[in-house]
Design a protein around this ligand. Sequence first.
Ligand SMILES: [Zn+2]
Length: 240
Amino acid sequence: MQTIDILAIAAHRDDVEQTCGGTLLAMNSRGWRTGILDLTQGESGTRGTAADRAAEAAAAAHILNVAHREALDLPDGNVQNTYENRLKIAAVLRRLRPRVVILPYWQGRHPDHYTSATLGYEACFVSGLAKVETPGEQKPPHRPYKILYASLYADVRPTFVVDISPYVEQRLQSLLAYRSQYAAQPEGGKLFVPEEEIRERTLAEARHYGLLAGVRYAEPFVQKEVGLVEDITLLPVQSI
Ligand SMILES: [Zn+2]
């Protein structure tokens, strides 16, 4: 199996489509191999079965041009940061060997989301420990070089944004591939928003973050490290 360059890890199928799908498309266009690891399979969702969501996730992955997508079997609605779960993720990290990992931001409304941030970070750590054995076939230790947090739904100022202007429609189509979640239906009508609202909301969010950096549409990220600059004359984003 081939390795990948950038791995987005998220709690639920359709999380990546909402928070960093445009960035995966933008990076793929630059020649990087991208992938998605969903931690749960969506069995607790109000609409559709886990099997429905697996088919939808595969369709969305095709639209996002990812080289690889897989789902673990953590319980939907009860993602816990346990050593066992860290090892399950570490096994995937050692197999796929990404240089960059994108995680959800560490604060938020849904416990699965903010728990996945810490769980993912600690999995990246344990994946690099030579003496730790992971489930399944043993692969050499691997620690990603960079960990980023997709902060679209967090009330926080991003460290940087990625211009997704050419990909905003494709990203929206990847989200709409989840027909069981977003097609207009009577059940759970208060919880789920119809397609037109999804379109307006996702474009408005992307436009907001784009405006912060002087581009049309963008996705926001937080990194914990301080940025390092070699040439201050090449810093992007006009100040005035
Ligand atoms: Zn989610």
